[in-house]
Design a protein around this ligand. Structure first.
Ligand SMILES: [Zn+2]
Length: 415
C-alpha cells in the first residue's frame, strides 16, 4: 500500500478536558520521515517527545485534527448517550477531511467499538475507501502518528483549560476527585461542565454545592468560544429545563448536569464542521483552499470566482473570492473589486431565486482576530438565512445531511 490514513483519539479516558481525534495520511514520501522522527505509540512517549515529534509530523504529512471541547462534549454526550457515536463522528470527519485533499484507498483506526460506527458516519468520499479498525492500532505507523497529534493537542487543551480556570487540572481519571472538589469550590457545581466529563462516575461522588459560597464568579470568558468566533453562532436561548435533582435517580441527575448558559439570553450553537475546517487548513501553511482546492465552483470569472462552502453554516453558503491570492481588501484593484461585488450580487440573486431564503448574512472576516478561517485569501461569505433555520442546523453531528444538501445546492445553483 503506498498511501493510507491512520486515525486515533485522545482524552476519552481523561476526566478533565474534551476529546481530540486526529488523522494522518502517510505515503511513500512521508513514510521515511515518520520513521526518522521515531513515531511510535504515544503512550510510550514523554510529553516533550510528543510535542517535538508532532511538529515533525505536521511538516511531513497531511494532517487533520478534530477537537471536541469539554462543554460541547458534555452537550453532545447528553444527547447521544453513546461515546462510540461521538468518536466515530470524529474519526469520520478526520478521514473525510484528508480525503478532500488527497485520494487514498485505505484508512486504519484504532479499535474503540464496532467498525460500523465509523462506516455509518463516513460521507461520500469515505464510503469509497477500505476501512480497518485494529486492536492495538498504534502498531501501524499512521495510527501512531495520529495518536501523537491527538495526544499533543489534548495536552495543549488541558494546559489552556488549567490556565483559564487558574488551577492545575490533572490528566487521567483516577486521581481527579480532589481537583474536581476544588473546582466546585471555586466555580460551583454548575461550572464543572466547563472542565470535566460529567458522565464519569467521579461526578456522582462530588458535592452538588460548594461547601461555602463560590469564592470566584465563573469567568465570563468561559461562555466565549475558545478559538474562533466564526465557529459559533448565537441563537436565542431555549428555556432552561427545570432541575429535577430532587429525584433520587442518579441517571436523571447526570442528565441535568449540563452546563447552563452563562450569558443571559444567549446560547452558543456549535458548528463543528466549521471549527474543524479552520484548524485543519491552518496546519497546511503553504497551501490555500481557494488557490488549490476548487471543488464546488459556482461561477468562474477572470478576476473572481464563487465557490460553495463545503463546511457551511447553512445550505447555500457561498464564498466569493478574488482569483488573486490577496489577504486585504485594500489590495484589490478597482477591476477586481468590481468583479467580486458583481459576483456577490449575482449569487444573492441566484440564491433568492432558487433557495428562497428570508434573509442573508453577507460579510468579510479579515485576519485571525476578525474570525477569518483562511487568513491569506480574502473572501466574502454569503449565508442565506431562513426563519428558524438554526433549529435545522445539524449541531448533533448529522454530517450526512449537510453533505447531501451541499450537492443538491450545488446542482441547483450551478445551472
Ligand atoms: Zn489563495
Amino acid at each position: 500500500m503506498n498511501c493510507w490514513i491512520g486515525t486515533d483519539e485522545a482524552g476519552k479516558g481523561d476526566y478533565f478536558g474534551g476529546i481530540v481525534i486526529a488523522g494522518v495520511l502517510v505515503d511513500e514520501k512521508s513514510l521515511p520521515a515518520l520513521r526518522e522522527l521515531g513515531v511510535r505509540d504515544s503512550k510510550k512517549l514523554s510529553d516533550n517527545q510528543i510535542k517535538r515529534i508532532s511538529k515533525g509530523i505536521y511538516d511531513a504529512c497531511l494532517c487533520s485534527v478534530v477537537e471536541i471541547g469539554i462543554e460541547k462534549y458534555n452537550d453532545l454526550y447528553s444527547k447521544m448517550k453513546n461515546l462510540n457515536h461521538l468518536l466515530a463522528w470524529g474519526h469520520a470527519r478526520a478521514i473525510e477531511n484528508l480525503l478532500s485533499q488527497q485520494e487514498c484507498p485505505l484508512a486504519i483506526a484504532d479499535k474503540f467499538g464496532d467498525v460500523s460506527y465509523i462506516e455509518n458516519a463516513l460521507m461520500k468520499k469515505g464510503k469509497q475507501i477500505k476501512l480497518l479498525q485494529k486492536v492495538r492500532g498504534e502498531e501501524d505507523i499512521a495510527v501512531a502518528a495520529a495518536s501523537i497529534l491527538a495526544k499533543n493537542k489534548f495536552i495543549e487543551n488541558i494546559e489552556k483549560l488549567s490556565a483559564k480556570y487558574n488551577m492545575e487540572l490533572p490528566r487521567g481519571a483516577s486521581l481527579v476527585e480532589d481537583a474536581a472538589r476544588a473546582f466546585i469550590q471555586k466555580y460551583g457545581f454548575q461550572g464543572l461542565g466547563m472542565a470535566a466529563k460529567l458522565h464519569f462516575k467521579t461526578t456522582n461522588a462530588l458535592p452538588k454545592e460548594p461547601l461555602t459560597t463560590p469564592d470566584t464568579p465563573v469567568p465570563q470568558s468561559a461562555a466565549q468560544p475558545s478559538d474562533n468566533p466564526q465557529s459559533k453562532i448565537q441563537i436565542p436561548q431555549s428555556p432552561v429545563p427545570t432541575s429535577k435533582s430532587s429525584i433520587p435517580n442518579p441517571q436523571s441527575k447526570i442528565q441535568n448536569l449540563q452546563p447552563q448558559p452563562i450569558q443571559q439570553g444567549l446560547e452558543k450553537l456549535w458548528a463543528p464542521w466549521r471549527s474543524e475546517y479552520i484548524k485543519t487548513t491552518a496546519h497546511k501553511s503553504n497551501s490555500c483552499i481557494f488557490c488549490d482546492n476548487k471543488l464546488y465552483i459556482i461561477i468562474q470569472g477572470d478576476k473572481a470566482f464563487a465557490v460553495l462552502n463545503t463546511f457551511p453554516y447553512n445550505a447555500g453558503h457561498i464564498m466569493v473570492t478574488p482569483v488573486r491570492h490577496v489577504a486585504n481588501i485594500e489590495e484589490l484593484s478597482p477591476a477586481e473589486l468590481s468583479e467580486v461585488f458583481t459576483m456577490v450580487q449575482k449569487c444573492v440573486s441566484k440564491i433568492k431565486d432558487k433557495l428562497k431564503p428570508d434573509g442573508f448574512n453577507i460579510g468579510i472576516n479579515v485576519g485571525k482576530v476578525g474570525g477569518a478561517g483562511v487568513e491569506g485569501h480574502l473572501h466574502i461569505h454569503i449565508v442565506p438565512r431562513w426563519n428558524g433555520d438554526t433549529n435545522f442546523m445539524p449541531i448533533v453531528a448529522n454530517t450526512k445531511v449537510v453533505s447531501q444538501s451541499l450537492e443538491e445546492t450545488y446542482n441547483l445553483l450551478k445551472e
